[in-house]
Design a protein around this ligand. Sequence first.
Ligand code: DCP
Ligand code: CA
Ligand code: CA
Length: 359
Amino acid sequence: MEKKAVIHLDLDYFFAQVEERKNPSIFGKPVVVCVYTNEKEQKGAVTTANYVARKFGVHSGIPITQAKKLLNGKDAVFLPANYELYEEISYGIRNILFNYSDKIEQASIDEFYIQVPVKEGIHEAEKIAVMIKNEILKKFKLTCSVGIGPNKLIAKIAAGINKPDGLTLVKEEQVQDFLDPLEVDRIPGIGKKTKEYLQSKGIFTIKQLRIADFAELAEELGKKAAGALREAANGIDNSPVEEEKQKQISRMVTITDGAKDALELEKTINELSREIAEELNRVEFVGKVVGIQVIDKDMKVYNRSTTLQSPTKDAEIIAKTANELCKKFFLEKPIELRRIGVRVEKLETIKGQKSLANF
Ligand code: DCP
Ligand code: CA
Ligand code: CA
């Protein structure tokens, strides 16, 4: 059987880090990203804060009023959450990951599992993780923390060990030594309540959990929950990286200085469209939505798309639609282009479409 490793990737202080990149003048100050429920009274909750703000006790979920008290006189910056931007960057990062593996599971807006084959050993996965980190840093100027392990559980726990900008590798034979000294709430799913319960039983570390009296835990937590804890404490996790069905096919290129005029850009879009059409033909899919992604010199990402009359895999239709989107975009936003991408989404199988047509 082919050997595999799992990489878990989690962006560091995601919303706040994006805000720092967008506005470098706030770097170094406490930054708090908020969701306001009442704009006037400035009420609401903190979505996240950068590490400078965290030193003063600010963290996700606390009321904004409390954060303001904690940061009183600290020259802190309070910003409203800009979900559209975070989603776009999340989408861009996902696209980067597909260059390294096609087995990708997005676990949240800033978290991904990436399964990679390793023939020679897990160090191959480490190399891939380093390349991914570098590419995300280069393209989005964002740091992330990654964990590499024999399964999703170990990769996820490892990613949380050295934040920010961390990289933690746990080999199969190191799993138990890695887990044993950690506190029980490093195991995903162990929240405050379970932690307190376990502590009341004298169980603080994963090792203590591993050797605890299972019958006693099962009696109080239920057999299923206790069983899950025991498996986790032993580093066992057989859950697969849930590969999403391919939702889109995209191609992207960096624009060199010579290719900035409209004609050059059109040629580039035609070429990308041709590549996408080839891929659609290969996998026997057609798509109903054609989109473009434009990234400007400050890494700002823009997406535009159109729904077609009927699904296609035709290079000319894709190219024509993408070129129209592009022209419209540049009329509305004359930005300095760095990268351009074309994508086809809302994919369906040609077979499925045929049977629909025959119906
Ligand atoms: N988030 C939120 N409300 C929460 C928790 C998180 O809105 N209660 C948002 C803001 C975070 C993003 O989700 O930036 C990712 O959550 P994480 O838990 O991964 O936290 P961060 O990325 O902010 O920080 P860390 O560096 O600890 O991963
Ligand atoms: Ca994060
Ligand atoms: Ca996260």
